[in-house]
Design a protein around this ligand. Structure first.
Ligand code: DON
Length: 311
């Protein structure tokens, strides 16, 4: 098989030359200031080999990629009872859509759309002050990556607090249906802060290792979750991780993946690699334009798609 390090470096070189880089998210002001020319990639293989290229060590706002870590925590707390409050079906709608909540009685379609992630925040809040819940998510993310330098960008969290009217609408709507147990401001505070976690591609790929290794994390030296749960989180990432672009991502890349409006994507090649890419320009569905192209090329050259090789 091919030299993964060389493939990763080639892809970074190719991505630097792509002219159409998508549009940087501007509805959270600090995200609009990020240079669209940035591109980073990190691939951590099952044997621990780590391949980096481009801006792989530059922290960026992980935004919705954080929903993978908070979901993992929430499942650890309440187990399958979570599925009484959140569904497991793709929504076919935008990440911040409210339309299905009306007909589906305040139960979000899946834990990765904003409404679902706000319910997950509410679950993580149980028995905690909001500050403690945020600290728990950050501590968990740091432990997965084995890196205590990971931080919450307070500037991003405050900016989102100031502009998150849609998220406030989703939260209030769910509270009206009895699907939020804490005050709306508290659930939103936790949600905004987890989205404001800043990580580099290297840190993100390291944090994702438990999903490639059947729930085991080399950083913690043990099992983070069961193999069955890791497999199911991967299934949700495949079917729901890119919102109304999930089908297209499965078609083009064929890996469980979770995107964020900061332009990051965490993708998992089960038993083979944990991969993070970052480029801040987004496509029309709010997923990284160049990040998706980079992953498409990576699976073409490695044969890692879960649906079969390309050669
Ligand atoms: O709720 C929001 O709007 C953001 N904090 C996160 C959205 C996000 O990353 C959607 N992903 N593409």
């Amino acid at each position: 098989m091919s030299d993964i390090g060389a493939i990763v470096r080639d892809i970074a070189r190719e991505m630097a030359a792509v002219a159409q880089r998508g549009r940087v998210a501007d509805y959270i002001p600090p995200l609009a200031e990020v240079d669209p020319a940035r591109f980073g990639i990190a691939v951590v293989e099952a044997d621990g080999a780590c391949h980096l290229a481009g801006d792989a060590d530059m922290p960026f706002s992980i935004q919705s990629v954080s929903k993978v870590f908070s979901l993992t925590l929430a499942l650890g707390k309440v187990g399958d009872a979570l599925w009484q409050r959140v569904g497991r079906e793709p929504s076919g709608s935008a990440f911040n859509s409210i339309v299905q909540l009306e007909t589906e009685s305040g139960i979000p379609r899946n834990p990765f759309i904003n409404a679902g992630a706000i319910v997950v925040s509410d679950v993580v809040l149980a028995g905690h002050q909001p500050r403690e819940a945020i600290a728990e998510i950050l501590r968990f993310t740091r432990a997965l990556a084995g890196d205590d330098a990971i931080f919450v960008d307070e500037h991003v969290a405050q900016a989102e607090q100031g502009t998150g009217f849609r998220n406030a609408a989703l939260a209030n709507y769910m509270r009206a249906f009895g699907n939020l147990r804490h005050p709306v401001e508290q659930a939103l505070g936790v949600y905004f802060h987890q989205c404001a976690i800043a990580m580099s591609c290297r840190q993100l790929a390291l944090a994702g290792r438990y999903l490639m290794l059947a729930g085991r994390s080399p950083a913690t030296g043990g099992s983070v979750i069961s193999a069955a749960r890791a497999r199911r989180i991967n299934a949700l990432m495949m079917t729901c991780g890119h919102y109304d672009g999930s089908g297209e991502f499965a078609y083009r890349v064929g890996l469980p993946g979770k995107s964020g409006v900061g332009g990051g994507i965490l993708a998992i090649a089960p038993a083979r690699a944990s991969i993070a890419v970052w480029s801040p320009g987004l496509n029309e569905r709010g997923n990284s334009e160049i990040g998706t192209i980079a992953l498409e090329r990576l699976v073409q050259r490695t044969g890692w798609s879960v649906f079969g090789p390309s050669y």
